[in-house]
Design a protein around this ligand. Structure first.
Ligand SMILES: C[S@@+](CC[C@H](N)C(=O)[O-])C[C@H]1O[C@@H](n2cnc3c(N)ncnc32)[C@H](O)[C@@H]1O
Ligand code: SF4
Length: 327
């Protein structure tokens, strides 16, 4: 299939992050405001049919990979069924899921059977009390979810840990040991100034080069594994299979390799996490446009993709917090 999605900077867009809900059963302090309830109205949510139609159009234009995210995707009723439908779209070769894992124990097998190939789980602390302070939830459920995903045969399972000074910066080595024990991949993420919550978390910002230097005191890290693909730069812990990735949107941005756009729950395409450039598709879909028109709209949307985010230069810029766009 010909690849027809190139942005104005020559980047091929072959990856869609699909947010199936802006709701969540946790309230990570850097992501969603405490007590927040101003969610998208259900009649604004793209239906499963609409999602499938948009992603099929992306696939005809050359997109190969989809990641389901949110909010917390597993709070959307019927998510495993949606996943199974998306896997069957001709051209989609890889379907993955980002989750907080609170409901993963219940759904891991159905997701695996439905064709989800890879799972990323957010986990910022292995200490129950601290986990509750960061997220408002129970660590136990997440660990159960992770073990269920492992038992269901997901591989790799990636742990995403937002590294934060004075929040969890005494736990990095522990998390490495945990991932060694369970054969998980570990990725550290820098806080991003998305919404007031993300900006406030900037008080705890930690440059991941520091984290890497610190880990090198305890572990031998071999550089340069798994280059390309996503935004993480990986090292491997010598004598093990463990890969550790560093996602550094602030200290070393990776926009020149950006290959993705985001489709939010209300049917808006966002071209960049850190910019406002967007293209609303929902009303067009509901007005009855043809498949060919839908493809044209997607091509026009990609033409709006900006060169890079400006999290450093304009940290006040993005009003949406992460769960509204789909992280
Ligand atoms: C918005 S969540 C959506 C999927 C799912 N609920 C989860 O937590 O994995 C996706 C990722 O965004 C990250 N995230 C949210 N707000 C962030 C911020 N302000 N800075 C950096 N990462 C953030 C979370 O840690 C998580 O790994
Ligand atoms: S990071 Fe994920 S789990 Fe945490 S509040 Fe945001 S959407 Fe929910």
């Amino acid at each position: 299939m010909e690849h027809r999605l190139h942005d104005p900077f020559g980047r091929a867009i072959e990856y869609v992050r699909l947010s199936v809900t802006d709701r969540c059963d946790l309230r990570c302090f850097y992501c969603m405001p405490q007590g927040f309830h101003d969610f998208e109205a259900p009649d604004h949510w793209l239906t499963f049919d609409e999602i499938e139609r948009v992603l099929a159009a992306f696939a005809r234009l050359g997109t190969r990979r989809v990641r389901i995210t949110g909010g917390e995707p597993l709070v959307r009723h019927g998510l495993p069924e949606l996943a199974a439908r998306l896997v069957r779209i001709p051209g989609i070769e890889d379907l993955s899921l980002s989750t907080n894992a609170t409901r993963l124990a219940r759904h891991a097998e159905a997701l695996r059977a439905g064709g989800v190939s890879r799972i990323n789980v957010s986990l910022d602390s292995l200490r129950p009390e601290r986990f509750r302070e960061i997220t408002g939830g129970k660590l136990e459920k997440v660990i159960d979810g992770l073990l269920a995903a492992k038992a269901a045969g997901f591989s790799p399972i990636k742990i995403n840990m937002v590294a934060m000074r004075e929040v969890n910066d005494d736990e990095f080595e522990e998390m490495v040991e945990f991932c060694l024990e369970h054969d998980f991949t570990l990725r550290f993420i820098e806080t991003m100034p998305m919404g007031d919550t993300g900006r406030a978390a900037g008080d705890h910002f930690l440059d991941l080069r520091e984290v890497k230097t610190r880990l090198e005191r305890r572990f031998e890290l071999i550089p340069g594994v798994m280059p390309g693909g996503g935004p993480a730069r990986y090292v491997q812990v010598a004598g093990s299979e463990l890969r550790i990735g560093f996602i550094t949107p602030i200290s070393q941005h990776f926009c020149e390799t950006c290959n993705r756009v985001r489709l939010s729950v209300d049917g808006t395409l966002y071209m960049c996490l850190g910019q406002e450039h967007s293209y609303p598709l929902r009303d067009l879909l509901r007005a009855g446009i043809s498949d060919a028109e839908l493809e044209d709209h997607i091509i026009q949307a990609i033409a709006l993709k900006p060169e890079r985010h400006e999290f450093r230069e304009k940290p006040e810029q993005v009003l949406r917090f992460m769960s509204m766009t789909g992280g």
